[in-house]
Design a protein. Structure first.
Length: 507
């Protein structure tokens, strides 16, 4: 029944969006204010192991099943905003609207509640008025400063998990502050989300971010800084009924007063009451996750460099920088040269992730900064910072189910994320042949230490690679053939080798 429900809902939404698009196109008396794009893809994956390789499924919004060979069909429709050239008066283009839908059907692996056969990572509508955008629905996105195209995964919000419904008001672009003559600019966003079809029912997301930029658009060097803050809160579950130390009658607080505490991150006024227990009173209401970001950009005539760092926090000690150097550090290079060389690199990303400090190994509930941050795990939310079985943050902190059976069974402590002390190095590239394919490569090597609660007796090493070639089919405009090979070798995850082949049309 759940599969039928998802299929009917997906089919209904796509039908409505296509019908709406046709009405817009046929309405000759009203000129079009935007461009509608369509995409269709058919493909398949074959694997040598029960578990698919890491880089084939990481940061893919959970549209790639974790296990097993499969076939896939993907359909998309999107209406973009109309471009706003500087020559057009702003008063004539302050308002615009758009929508997007992207449906994925996978055939082959056994369908589960976390990996259903029909998925809808995009299903949203958006409205723009000036610099502001309001959108509602599911939308594929990430949060943080860095290279969004080739990153190994931003620390707090990486695009690794399935999107869920949100309402968000934000400035999608940097907005210059007028009196500074564009020297200063900012981006800001505020959202409320619903973690539907989750293991804990009725839970919500609070999200906000603020980023600033120093440097005029014409300057070669610009500096960025800001932060994002996410809170998983509310909800009720059967497993909480037997935990009076964690919840009141199996439920977590959802009052407006509790919401105000979540927004500010402050402790509630009481240690406990009829809404929450001393756990919330001493640890703040909700599961808080986020990062501070800084970045430095250099724009050349033919090249662009971006150096960035995302400092992660999971509680007050991380906010107070007690867990330095934990976070993600990256360097991105872009090549804008148009020389007619046979082969050239278009983009290169180097990243280093460290999550081993965690404000020290000892948890002291009486201290100001308690230590042993235990990233992404949470006592109330037993699957921690995840949605439908997938990590919302960096994919290098992965659920127990992703680990090799011997590792997962022998070291069964520390909840949903038994291995959250990781050091990882990553290289990603995009390059192109003059008369050939566009190549994408990903290579990561990690050293895995387990957790402070249950350290591994030795370091587990893990190597994961991916090579993908996108071949344009010149006889069919907008059509490309993608061939991908991916490999996992190491001690943390099962060894695996897989290939993916797809044909995609965009128009």
């Amino acid at each position: 029944m759940a599969l039928v429900y998802w299929f009917m809902r997906t089919l209904y939404l796509i039908t409505c969006l296509i019908s709406l698009t046709r009405l817009v196109v046929r309405a000759q008396s009203v000129p079009s204010t935007g461009t509608v794009h369509y995409s269709a893809e058919i493909g398949g994956l074959a694997t040598s192991n029960d578990q698919n390789p890491f880089w084939l499924r990481a940061n893919q919004y959970n549209i790639i099943p974790v296990q097993g060979s499969f076939g896939t069909v993907r359909l998309g429709i999107q209406r973009d905003y109309k471009p706003r050239p500087d020559s057009i008066p702003k008063r004539k283009s302050r308002f615009d609207w758009g929508f997007g839908a992207y449906a994925v059907a996978n055939v082959g692996p056994r369908s589960t509640s976390n990996n259903p056969a029909i998925l809808l990572p995009d299903a949203y509508v958006k409205i723009r008025f000036g610099a502001l955008e309001l959108y509602g629905g599911n939308r594929r996105e990430v949060a943080g400063l860095g290279d969004t195209l080739l990153t190994s995964g931003f620390v707090a919000w990486s695009g690794n998990a399935m999107p869920f419904p949100k309402i968000q008001l934000h400035t999608p672009d940097y907005v210059p502050i007028g009196f500074t003559k564009k020297l200063l600019a900012f981006r800001v966003g505020y959202a409320h989300g619903w973690l539907i079809d989750s293991y804990i029912q009725g839970s919500y997301l609070h999200q906000k971010y603020f980023y600033g930029r120093i440097g005029k658009p014409t300057w070669r060097v610009r500096f960025y800084a800001g932060l994002n803050h996410q809170v998983q809160w509310g909800g009720h579950a059967a497993y909480l009924l037997n935990r009076p130390d964690l919840a009141v009658n199996g439920g977590l607080p959802t009052s407006f007063q509790d919401y105000l505490s979540i927004i500010t991150g402050r402790y509630p006024d009481a240690l406990e009451n009829n809404r929450f227990t001393t756990f919330d009173g001493t640890n703040r209401v909700g599961n808080h996750v986020g990062n501070y970001d800084v970045a430095l950009e250099w724009k050349g005539v033919r090249t662009n460099w971006l150096l960035y760092h995302q400092h992660m926090y999971d509680d007050a000690s991380g906010l107070a920088l007690q867990n330095v150097p934990d976070g993600l550090t990256g360097l991105r290079f872009q090549n804008h040269a148009t020389t007619n060389t046979r082969f050239r690199f278009q983009r290169l990303v180097l990243e280093w992730l460290s999550t081993t400090n965690q404000s020290g190994p000892t948890f002291d509930p009486t201290a100001r900064y308690q230590g042993a941050d235990n990233y992404f795990n949470n006592s109330q939310y037993i699957e921690g910072w995840s949605y439908r079985g997938r990590t919302i943050g960096t994919p290098f902190i992965m659920p127990r189910s992703d680990l090799a059976p011997a590792v997962a069974t022998e070291y069964a402590g520390n909840g949903f994320y038994p291995n959250n002390r990781v050091v990882a190095w990553y290289l990603g590239t995009i390059s192109a042949f003059q008369r050939g394919p566009i190549l994408t490569t990903r290579l990561s090597y990690s050293r895995n230490f387990g957790s402070y609660k249950q350290p591994y007796p030795q370091v587990f090493h893990q190597l994961s690679t991916l090579v993908s070639a996108q071949w344009p089919i010149r006889k069919w405009s907008g059509t490309s053939l993608t061939t991908t090979l991916s490999l996992d070798r190491g001690e943390l995850m099962p060894d695996a080798f897989a290939g993916y082949l797809s044909l995609k049309k965009f128009w």
